[in-house]
Design a protein around this ligand. Structure first.
Ligand SMILES: Cc1ncc(COP(=O)(O)O)c(C=O)c1O
Length: 306
């Protein structure tokens, strides 16, 4: 596999990250010494949940929404986070302060069911839990993505039904998404476009997916994808600014013929898509609605930081 691929999660290299301190169960530890047990539920079974957050100008963006999603997932999974929202927030700030980080920071907050007594799946064997790890890195998304765009390939794998593994769980095991991404990379694309179980266009392996047709913004119903916080902010911004926006079923027919397509996620905010399954979208240029929404989103972040 060659590595000429770009990703919505590309960031400029930053040497400061070589010496960051990582929060591991209440201790701030240099990244080279930051470890969890080989008996950890997250390592052994993918039995954990995480949130990706960003810091802009000294503020953690949409922290409440991230905590809501994390605690909702924990409730569903019977996973005791062992901390209140306030204590978790304090742990995030402890991590940021220990690293003197103020802006352009990406945080990966991970909670697992903790260290197990024996190497088996039964949750009651996780008697030393939970494990809480907070990685905060200096991170500026690579804005050249707006000029280069993302190439998507539609893969046969879809995000799980709530009957199997609900796509709304930010679970430690990302195998479903990684299998999809590998498939797309093998096909020469940057990321995987995933359909829902009925063949409607749904999401990508790491971001939510939008198209623009005749000035209107379309995204999936939300039934089979991550309930992305950026996705919801984009929908809210469209509504606030009078851009027609629809959460609806649509197919690859609508998608290949779209005027614009873009992805959303906490890390990259909005990233334009220039190619899907070999079809060029929007003349391989970021379109006017993309730029409009990106501008509104930047203003929203700036307002939050006032
Ligand atoms: C599969 C998937 N879709 C979409 C998103 C984007 O969600 P958010 O906007 O909350 O970062 C994520 C991020 O965790 C994800 O893992």
């Amino acid at each position: 596999m060659t590595d000429t691929h770009i990703s919505t999660h590309d960031a400029a290299a930053d040497e400061r990250n070589d010496n960051i301190l990582i929060y591991v169960n209440g201790q701030m530890v240099h990244r080279d010494q930051a470890t969890v047990s080989v008996y950890d539920s997250g390592f052994m079974l993918g039995d954990g949940i995480w949130e990706g957050l960003r810091v802009y100008d000294g503020r953690i963006s949409f922290l409440d929404e991230h905590l809501d999603r994390l605690f909702e997932a924990a409730l569903y999974l019977d996973l005791d986070i062992g901390k209140t929202r306030e204590e978790l927030t304090a742990a995030i700030w402890e991590t940021l302060n220990a690293n003197e980080m103020k802006t352009d920071v990406h945080i990966r907050l991970m909670v697992t069911r903790g260290k197990k007594k024996k190497p088996f799946q039964h949750p009651h064997l996780s008697i030393y839990g939970p494990t809480l790890v907070i990685i905060a890195e200096h991170s500026k998304p690579d804005t050249s993505i707006v000029e280069s765009g993302i190439r998507l390939h539609t893969v046969p794998h879809h995000r799980g039904l709530p009957l199997t593994q609900d796509a709304k769980l930010n679970s430690h095991s990302k195998l479903n998404c990684i299998i999809a991404l590998n498939h797309a990379i093998r096909a020469g694309a940057d990321e995987a476009l995933m359909l829902d179980p009925f063949g409607f266009v749904n999401t990508t392996n790491a971001c939510n997916f939008f198209i623009v047709r005749k000035g209107a913004v379309w995204t999936s119903t939300g039934d089979y994808c991550m309930n992305g916080i950026t996705r919801q902010k984009v929908i809210d911004l469209c509504r606030a600014h009078g851009i027609p926006v629809f959460e609806r079923n649509f197919s690859l027919v609508d998608t290949y013929g779209a005027d614009e397509a873009f992805l959303t996620g906490t890390f990259g905010a909005q990233s334009p898509v220039f190619e899907i399954d070999g079809r060029v979208i929007g003349g391989a240029k970021a379109g006017p609605i993309f730029h409009l929404i990106r501008g509104y989103y930047k203003s929203l972040i700036a307002e939050q930081n006032l």
